[in-house]
Design a protein around this ligand. Structure first.
Ligand SMILES: O=c1ccn([C@@H]2O[C@H](COP(=O)(O)OP(=O)(O)O[C@H]3O[C@H](CO)[C@@H](O)[C@H](O)[C@H]3O)[C@@H](O)[C@H]2O)c(=O)[nH]1
Length: 422
C-alpha cells in the first residue's frame, strides 16, 4: 500500500455473520468515498464464501487504499457457524483472533489509526439488574414493564428484552460472558450507529449521556445509494455482499402478482440450516406451489421494493427492519434472539409500522396478524411507514443529520492521525 502521510488508516472488523458484514461493507464504502485507507478484515471462511458469489475485491478496486485481509475464526471449515451452536463462534473468534490481530496491527502500513469493531451494546443491562428487574421471576414478569431503561419506561416489558439479557439466573455462564462483552464495549471511544436521529431521538440522547461521541449515520444503505447517485456512480447490487447465492427467479414470479398482494417471509440467517441441508419439507413446497414461491436466498432489498409486496414477515433482525422501513413495507414480526425482541416492540408500539407476534405463534395468530397488516390496519401502518421512510430520506440527503454525522465522523478520523482526539 502506498504510504501517504496524514491519511487515516481504518481497520474494519465485522462480526462474521451476514447481518454484520452488509452494514460494515457499506460503512467501508462510505469511508473509501471520503478517501480514507481501509483494511476490511473478514474471517477466512466468510471471505472465501463472499468470493464464491461475487468478485468483492473488484468492487472496491476503484479505491486504491482499500484492502481486504483475512483472519481465522478458529473453527473447522465444516462447522455450521450458526447461532443455535450457542457462543461457539464468539468464543472461538475471541481466543483465536487476538494474537493474529495484534501481529497484523504491527505490520499494517500506514499504521492503523482507528479500529472499527462490532461490539455488543447492552448499555442498560447492569442498571436493570441493579434495580432488581432482572432476572425475571417467572411468567408473570414477562408482561411487567421494565422501568429502568431510559426512553423505554412506558412500553418495554420483560418479554421484550433481548434474549441474552434475560437469564433465569444471572450467574449463568453464557449470561456472564455477555455481561463481560457488554462491559468491554463501554471502553470504546465512540459509537457509529446504523440508525437515524428522527427514528430514535430519545434513545440516542440517552446513549449520548454515556458515550459523548456517537455518529448515527443510517440507514447506511440508503445513505450510500444517495451519495453514489449524487456523483452519478452506480450502487453495487446486494448480491455483491452475499454469503449465499442469490436466487433472482422470484422476481419474475413477483411480476405476475397483483400490487401489494404478497407477504414476503424471511427470517434472515435464522433458518439457514434448512436451506443448507436442502431439506425443505415437501409438504411446504407442495402446499404453497400455487400461491407462493420459495427460494433459498432472495435479493431481499429488490423483493421489498417490488410493487407486489405488501407485507414482510420478519425475524426483526436490524437490517431487515430498516430495509423494510426504507421500502415502506409494514411488518409482521416474529422475533427470536438478540436485539430482535426489542426491535419488534419498537415496530409495533413506538413507530406503529407493523405488528409483533412475539413469543406466541400458531397458525391462527399468523392468519390474524397478516390480516391486520394487509387489510384491517393497513392504512394506519402505511401512513406511519411512509412518514418514517421520508424522514430517513431527509436524514441521508445533503445537510440531513446522518449526512452531517458522517462528515463529522470522517473529520474526527482524520484528526486521529494527528493524535488530536482519542
Ligand atoms: O433471503 C435473504 C435473507 C436476508 N438477506 C439479507 O441478509 C441481511 C439479514 O440481516 P438481519 O435482518 O439483520 O438478520 P441476521 O442476519 O439474522 O442479523 C443478525 O445481526 C443483526 C445486526 O446486528 C441483528 O439485528 C440480528 O438480530 C442478528 O440475528 C439483510 O441485509 C437482508 O437483506 C438477503 O439478502 N436475502
Amino acid at each position: 500500500m502506498e504510504e501517504k502521510p496524514n491519511s487515516p488508516h481504518v481497520l474494519i472488523f465485522p462480526f462474521p455473520v451476514q447481518g454484520h458484514i452488509n452494514p460494515m461493507l457499506q460503512l467501508a464504502h462510505h469511508l473509501s468515498l471520503a478517501g480514507l485507507y481501509i483494511t476490511f478484515l473478514n474471517s477466512g471462511h466468510n471471505h472465501k464464501r463472499l468470493l464464491r458469489y461475487t468478485d468483492i475485491q473488484a468492487r472496491f478496486a476503484q479505491y486504491p487504499g482499500f484492502h481486504f485481509k483475512t483472519i481465522s475464526d478458529g473453527l473447522p471449515d465444516d462447522h455450521p457457524r450458526t447461532i443455535d451452536r450457542g457462543t461457539e463462534i464468539f468464543d472461538s473468534l475471541n481466543s483465536s483472533s487476538r494474537k493474529a490481530l495484534e501481529e497484523m496491527l504491527i505490520d499494517l502500513r500506514p499504521p492503523v489509526s482507528c479500529i472499527i469493531g462490532d461490539p455488543i451494546l447492552g448499555l442498560c443491562t447492569p442498571d436493570v439488574i441493579e434495580a432488581g428487574e432482572l432476572p425475571l421471576k417467572g411468567y408473570e414478569d414477562l408482561d411487567s414493564l421494565i422501568t429502568t431503561v431510559p426512553g423505554m419506561e412506558t412500553f418495554l416489558r420483560g418479554r421484550d428484552l433481548p434474549s441474552f439479557c434475560r437469564p433465569n439466573d444471572i450467574n449463568d455462564p453464557i449470561f456472564q460472558q455477555f455481561m463481560d462483552w457488554i462491559l468491554k464495549s463501554s471502553e470504546t471511544n465512540a459509537l457509529i450507529l446504523n440508525t437515524f436521529e428522527d427514528l430514535e431521538a430519545p434513545i440516542l440522547s440517552h446513549i449520548r449521556t454515556k458515550y459523548p461521541k456517537i455518529y448515527a449515520i443510517g440507514p447506511l444503505d440508503l445513505h450510500l445509494q444517495t451519495k453514489l447517485s449524487s456523483s452519478n456512480s452506480i450502487m453495487p447490487s446486494q448480491s455483491s455482499n452475499s454469503l449465499w447465492e442469490i436466487d433472482k427467479s422470484c422476481m419474475a414470479w413477483l411480476d405476475r402478482q397483483p400490487p401489494q398482494s404478497v407477504v414476503y417471509v424471511s427470517f434472515g440467517s435464522r433458518i439457514l440450516w434448512l436451506q443448507d441441508e436442502g431439506e425443505r419439507p415437501r409438504e411446504l413446497e407442495e402446499g404453497t406451489k400455487e400461491r407462493g414461491y420459495i427460494v433459498s436466498w432472495a435479493p431481499q432489498e429488490e423483493v421489498l421494493a417490488h410493487k407486489s409486496v405488501g407485507g414482510f414477515m420478519t425475524h426483526s433482525g436490524w437490517n431487515s427492519t430498516i430495509e423494510s422501513l426504507v421500502a415502506r413495507v409494514p411488518m409482521i414480526c416474529w422475533p427470536c434472539l438478540f436485539d430482535q425482541q426489542v426491535n419488534s416492540r419498537f415496530v409495533s408500539e413506538v413507530w406503529k409500522i407493523g405488528v409483533d407476534m412475539k413469543d406466541v405463534c400458531d397458525r391462527k395468530i399468523v392468519e390474524k396478524m397478516i390480516y391486520e397488516v394487509m387489510v384491517e390496519r393497513r392504512e394506519e401502518f402505511v401512513k406511519s411507514i411512509d412518514r418514517m421512510a421520508m424522514l430517513a430520506k431527509i436524514c441521508v440527503s445533503d445537510g440531513g443529520s446522518s449526512s452531517r454525522n458522517l462528515n463529522h465522523l470522517v473529520e474526527d478520523l482524520r484528526l486521529m492521525v494527528f493524535g488530536r482526539i482519542k
